[in-house]
Design a protein around this ligand. Sequence first.
Ligand code: ADP
Length: 494
Amino acid sequence: MVKEVGLGLIIAVVTFLVICGYDLTPLIFLGVLGVGAYFIVRTRGLMTKNFSEQRISPQHEISFADIGGQAGAIRELQEALNFIKNNQAILHLGIRPLKGILLTGPPGTGKTLLAKAAAGFTDAVFISCSGSEFIEMYAGVGAQRVRRLFQAAREATLKQGKNNALIFIDEIDILAGKRGQTSNHLEYDQTLNQLLVEMDGIKVNDKVRILVVAATNRMDLLDPAILRPGRFDRHVKVELPDKQGRLEILKLHTQNKPLADSVSLEEIAKDTFGFSGAHLESLANEAAILAMRENCEVVEQHHFREAIDKVMMGDRLDRHPSPAELRRVSIHETGHAFLSELVRPGSVSTLTIAPRGMALGYMRQTSEDNTYLYTMEYLENQIAVMLAGALAEELFLGDHSTGAVNDFEQAAGLAEQIIGAGMSRLKVVDTKTLPAGLRYRVITEILHGQEKRVKEHLSRAYDTMEIIVNLLLEHEKINGEQLRSYLRRETCFV
Ligand code: ADP
């Protein structure tokens, strides 16, 4: 705002002076000088961005024992690090030093923790930064920062009387994307080149031995030059934790929390398929906050259950749908849950009509760990579960609502998967050259087939569903166990 007013004033004064017949040449000269000086100062400021303060942490609070569910990654990393620790043998045998380790995997899985633990393991000074910090619109600034980073690492290590430094670069894909692909490619390329130069300069007998650990979740974006032997030639995969891994992480993050005897972390681990370490940390924290809100001395199982919903779906909303809308949501979610139990008994984890995040209600299924391949039967069953919400609404209320849009998208996505996997009536096809009309017809056939099946199941179970709908309206939330016991009581449900 101030800028705009200032500019307006300058233009007004200049116009006035021109009208009055003044010669403005000296003024223009001074203006150009001023603008030039401003940009020089600004660019220098950007270049000398300091890496030597808060990014350098000499104390190693994190060790490998604080990282759960990553036994494989820790083993691989330790193997590489042992190699660094054994410097004398490396010198003796003339082995070139290990310069870079690349950690790849989804966000929140513990890559930063692993790098910190690696620094502790090798008694190295830890310096962290992110790929985005090197990117500026001015050519040369990023390269200068890379130089400063390595220099700061050497200086800090000498100052602390150590021999090793570990530079951790998060989001390396921003700094080391394939060269020549960005609009501002000169700047990006120079920055990456400088990183390569610095890494190539690392020698086994350097006074300060530097190891660069980088993290990314988009390895496909990296320039091949960075993955060449002698640069980031060790790749460690950091995956989402499996059930056992989730249990380990939950144990770590509940160590400092008083838990009720009834708490089963195994059950929470089973219910949190797809959660990263960061999700689980947040889950444990949220559960403790809920316990505090209820003035409980200890954290109980229901706090954890509620926290799972919060981490997955977002905060509870202060929305108050009308009774008619609540009934519709209850019918919709009961439809999903009923079909889910029918096609995969024991699969419903939670059923609720409390609005949270973007959803007015939801049904959560437990997922099966260690399942990486899906059969036709599984995919068709999932489509049936997706469609059951809207079809239950039609059965009870005569029409369905916009609440089903997301379900239909997911169902159509699964039908596409069936075609892509050669499981449809088209058998094996190249989906890229498949005519759109044909694709549409086959997807519709798959969806209609499941629609017919779901309608039959639901209409046969009208009375049972009515009971569940009312129970859900009364309790707002039912967990899987409760649902199954109602179903067993009310029907010949197996
Ligand atoms: P990334 O670098 O992979 O994005 P971080 O290492 O920054 O993830 O993890 C963020 C937070 O999540 C950590 O501070 C920790 O509290 C928790 N966390 C993530 N992974 C793990 C794990 N494997 N074990 C224990 N805690 C974890």
